[in-house]
Write a protein that binds this ligand. Structure first.
Ligand code: URP
Ligand code: ZN
Ligand code: ZN
Length: 458
């Protein structure tokens, strides 16, 4: 048998074009793409009338993360199972360094869990909270050599002990630049947040709406601008994650147009919802940081998605169960921050393509090709000969309404409840192996492999 798998008669979508072709897989790699492949294969799939897409890369998730007085409710197994069922074939996790400890130990600890549990391929951005008298600066180079080429800093979460001060941030930006790495940043101003929170609690303003009002547009914009300032002046590459406000977005776009190497990520929740959701009775279920903003910011972000200024879409998947969200019924500061989303990422962006808001090529670029390129996943992000056979078959005509019973993660609710997608993934292949088939997970924990990434000259 010449091939392991042939997908016939589908329309292959790349970041730049779409065309009808057959695709053949051998030993987990794409080995041929051509108008007609007539040879034999162990398995032949007819994708007539369907789109054939590269698997999505969710480059922002927090699985089993200790946070908000609890642990995010998806394990590495359940989170990646959900990803598989939404067409995600590679996931990036954000393990957080405990102050005073080694990042290589953390990386190895997580790897040993992931290799048993992950249902899709995996990589990590390491969140650095402490330089350990400079030790971490050396360890970063070891991490890059081992294929972990990106690191995260939080400009917030001061009280939680996760915040990085400006001096550390600058040191990390410089170091990452030297070693072909990339710094990702969560940009919000912690002191402004604390000031507002104190004010609201004193006044008895405790509903989820005050989560938004304690972190409004200018709180994110100030930090975005500070982050942009450092990156621009140090000529260091920077990724601003979960971008959600217009003023910060515009500052970053100006810097990009001025030649700074700044990448921008946003998330489906900022494209779909505005701060109005915090006025809802179940508003606490939408509490995440940064919070959803007003319509002006939402429109600006959509525009940047459409005009190429946003580089990647990822989910910031960090779910908490309803009973945990309920801790904050009478005090928004007690609500664990984060939402489930890994299973909804590709369906959401492909629905946007199906309804003409963006092209299918742009959806592929944002959800697969760009994250692979920016984060150095050289084997991923594209349907091309030599790449990993991470493939999604997508039915443009299948309607799917999200409801928690149909989701494959562990969380007991979803902010996407009731959302109808026009078009839906019907199959997901991880390196040529079928892991999702018509609403059913058919893979296994442990199938996922570590993605060794290449350092980049940004
Ligand atoms: O609310 C969020 N986003 N929780 C996860 C941690 C983070 O800030 O990314
Ligand atoms: Zn964040
Ligand atoms: Zn996050």
């Amino acid at each position: 048998m010449k091939y392991d798998l042939i997908i016939k008669n589908g329309t292959i979508v790349t970041a730049t074009n779409s065309y009808k072709a057959d695709l053949a897989v051998k030993d987990e790699k794409i080995v041929a793409i051509s108008e007609k492949i007539e040879e034999d294969a162990k398995k032949i799939v007819d994708a007539e009338g369907k789109l054939v897409l590269p698997g999505a890369i969710d480059s922002h998730t927090h699985l089993a993360m200790p946070f908000g007085g609890t642990v995010s409710s998806d394990t590495y197994e359940s989170g990646t199972r959900g990803g598989a069922c939404g067409g995600v074939t590679t996931v990036f996790d954000y393990p957080v360094q405990r102050k005073g400890t080694s990042i290589m130990e953390l990386i190895n600890e997580k790897k040993s869990i992931l290799e048993k549990e992950a249902c899709i391929d995996y990589a990590s951005h390491v969140c650095i909270t402490d330089l350990n008298n400079g030790e971490i600066i050396d360890e970063m180079e070891t991490a890059v050599k081992e294929g972990i080429t990106s690191f995260k800093v939080f400009m917030v979460y001061k009280k939680e002990g996760m915040m990085t001060d400006d001096a550390t941030f600058v040191k990390l930006l410089k170091r990452a630049k030297e070693i072909g790495g990339l710094i990702n940043v969560h940009a919000e101003n912690p002191d402004l947040i604390d000031l507002k929170v104190e004010e609201f609690l004193k006044e008895g303003k405790t509903s989820a709406w005050y989560h938004y009002l304690s972190r409004p547009e200018f709180v994110e914009a100030e930090a975005d601008k500070r982050a942009v300032h450092w990156a621009k002046n140090l000529q260091a590459p920077l990724m601003i994650v979960h971008m959600a406000d217009k003023e910060g977005l515009n500052a970053a776009i100006d810097a990009k147009l001025d030649g700074a190497t700044i990448f921008l990520e946003t998330c489906p929740q900022y494209l779909e919802f505005t701060s109005d959701v915090y006025k809802r009775e179940d508003g606490r279920n939408f509490v995440c940081s940064p919070p959803m903003k007003g319509k002006e910011s939402q429109d600006a972000i959509w525009q940047a998605v459409q005009n190429g200024m946003i580089d990647t879409i990822a989910t910031d998947h960090c779910p908490f169960q309803s009973y945990e969200k309920d801790w904050g019924k009478d005090d928004f500061t007690k609500i664990p921050n984060g939402l489930a989303g890994i299973e909804n990422l590709y369906p959401y962006m492909l629905d946007a393509a199906n309804s003409g808001k963006i092209t299918f090529e742009r959806a592929v670029e944002l959800c697969s090709t760009n994250p692979a390129r920016i984060y150095g996943c050289t084997q991923k992000g594209e349907l091309a000969v030599g790449k990993d056979a991470d493939i999604v078959i997508y039915d443009k005509d299948k309607e799917f309404t999200v409801t928690i019973d149909k989701m494959h993660t562990k969380c007991d609710h979803t902010v996407w409840e009731g959302k109808t997608f026009k078009g839906y993934p019907v199959q997901t292949y991880l390196r040529g192996n079928l892991i999702y088939d018509n609403e059913e997970f058919v893979g296994k924990p442990g199938m996922g492999k570590f993605v060794k990434r290449e350092p980049q000259k940004y």
